[in-house]
Ligand binder design. Structure first.
Ligand code: APR
Ligand code: PHB
Length: 426
């Protein structure tokens, strides 16, 4: 990022719009998407600045999902961002699918030659922030009133030429800064500001809200399983994941309007024992260190691009957490957009022109998989009709019995869970 040093100009712009600075790419949001994009651009010699509304502690404290697809792992390795992942990530060869106390292993490595890595998003964010700090990157926390602006262009051909965009924000010291840039990247999540700056009529939203939610816990206890367990039970979905050899992560299907205060630690463990229990297997309990209820939605925008603004990650799409595709989708977008931006600065705009279509094409396949997993594994209380719920439950048992007995179905699950290939920007 460069400051405009000219005294007369500084005085002029200070009067009009506070301090004026410039960069090539302004990234809004320091979640995994924004942090990762910054690293890749920096390594390509592209100037960037990341503006994050929240403080560092908040960003580092957020607990999210924890499975990386093979391509996500490979991408982090390619850019030398995998030191902590290599030390603390747990390679998994498959998952267990369970119904009515029957547990089946789906072996991804055997079925597709691919594996996944269990590694908390929180650990990834910690590492990416630490690396930015080590490099002295332009990563600004507590940047408030962030306002992306671009000269509206009606043409499509020269979207990437001509006028620059800018992002105004208030720095932590109270100074109002206008950051001129070539491109604005909306990596600001579902609640972010960027998507809302698309002019009316340029962006539609496809959305589905679920009538169930997940109650998630972290517990200081060694996992009781080698691979993740996804279980359908009459009382609802349950899942056993992990963060390390001493920390377990577990989930329970609950009602979206349930209150975490209704769930004592004893009640949580009792529900987990019932829903995950199988003969001859023991779920070891331990102190719960975190518990919260997470809403679920599916959401996709009709385009990830308007003029000089591009959306990545949760700003453009959300999946329900079954299958852990949220973080991987964000990384897949970043891989594609980073390559397109590099090509742009080398004189080729094809990648930028195709970014939205290519990213959304992959995303809709991921939406299908996430919803398929979610529908298969949750009790559907939908319209309040007990008959419908009972019918669905039997149908879902049929589905799980099919998946766990058909080689073709297992290959399909494994291929999607271990991750569809990242798309090439060329
Ligand atoms: N100005 C600056 N920053 C903002 C603004 C704003 N107006 N609005 C939101 N942000 C910040 C948020 O505080 C957050 O830190 O943008 C960041 C967005 O981060 P995430 O929500 O983590 O989104 P993303 O980086 O796309 O990561 C996707 O997160 O929700 C999970 O399942 C999802 O794992 C996936 C991942
Ligand atoms: C997690 O470990 O948090 C996790 C794992 C797999 C999922 C969802 C969440 O499908």
């Amino acid at each position: 990022m460069t400051s405009d040093e000219s005294p007369s100009q500084t005085a002029q712009t200070a009067e009009a719009a506070g301090v004026r600075q410039s960069t090539q790419v302004a990234i809004i949001g320091a979640g995994p998407a924004g942090l990762l994009l910054g690293h890749i651009l920096g390594q390509a010699g592209i100037d960037y600045c990341i503006l994050e509304a929240r403080d560092k502690e908040y960003v580092l404290g957020r607990i999210r999902a924890g499975v990386l697809e093979q391509d996500s792992v490979d991408l982090l390795a390619k850019y030398g961002l995998d030191a902590d992942l290599k030390a603390n990530g747990l390679t998994h060869h498959g998952i267990y699918l369970q119904h009515e106390g029957e547990r089946h292993h789906i072996d991804f490595a055997e079925l597709t030659g691919r594996t996944v890595t269990v590694y908390g998003q929180q650990a990834l964010v910690h590492h990416l922030v630490a690396e930015h700090e080590r490099l002295g990157s332009q990563l600004i926390f507590e940047a408030t009133d962030v306002q992306p602006t671009q000269i509206e262009s009606t043409e499509t051909e020269s979207t990437h030429d001509g006028d620059r965009a800018s992002v105004a924000y208030t720095a932590p010291n109270g100074e109002r800064i206008t950051l001129d840039c070539d491109y604005i990247i909306g990596a600001d999540g579902y609640h972010g500001v960027c998507r809302r700056t698309f002019p009316e009529g340029t962006l539609d939203v496809a959305e589905r809200v679920y009538d169930f939610a997940w109650l998630g816990i972290l517990a200081d206890v060694a996992p009781s399983t080698d691979d993740l367990i996804y279980a359908l039970h009459r009382d609802g979905f349950a899942m056993h994941s992990m963060r390390s050899s001493t920390v377990s992560r577990l989930y329970l299907q609950v009602s979206p309007d349930d209150d975490i205060a209704n769930w004592s630690d004893e009640r949580i463990w009792a529900a987990l024992q019932t829903r995950l229990g199988t003969e001859g297997w023991t779920l070891t309990e331990g102190p719960i260190t975190e518990k919260s209820i997470l809403p679920m939605r599916s959401f996709v925008v009709s385009t990830l691009n308007y003029g000089r603004l591009y959306l990545v990650g949760d700003a453009g799409h959300i999946v329900p957490p079954t299958g852990a595709k949220g973080l991987n989708s964000a990384i897949a977008d970043v891989a594609l957009l980073a390559e397109a931006l590099q090509a742009h600065y080398a004189g080729d705009d094809t990648g930028l022109e195709q970014y939205s279509d290519k990213a959304l094409d992959r995303q809709w396949k991921v939406q299908h998989f996430s919803q398929w997993m979610t529908d298969m594994l949750h009790v559907h209380p939908a319209d309040g009709s007990a008959e419908q719920t009972a019918f669905d439950f039997q149908r879902q048992l049929g589905q799980i019995r099919y998946v766990t007995s058909s080689h073709a179905a297992q290959v399909s699950l494994a291929e999607q869970y271990a991750g569809l290939p990242f798309v090439d920007a060329r």
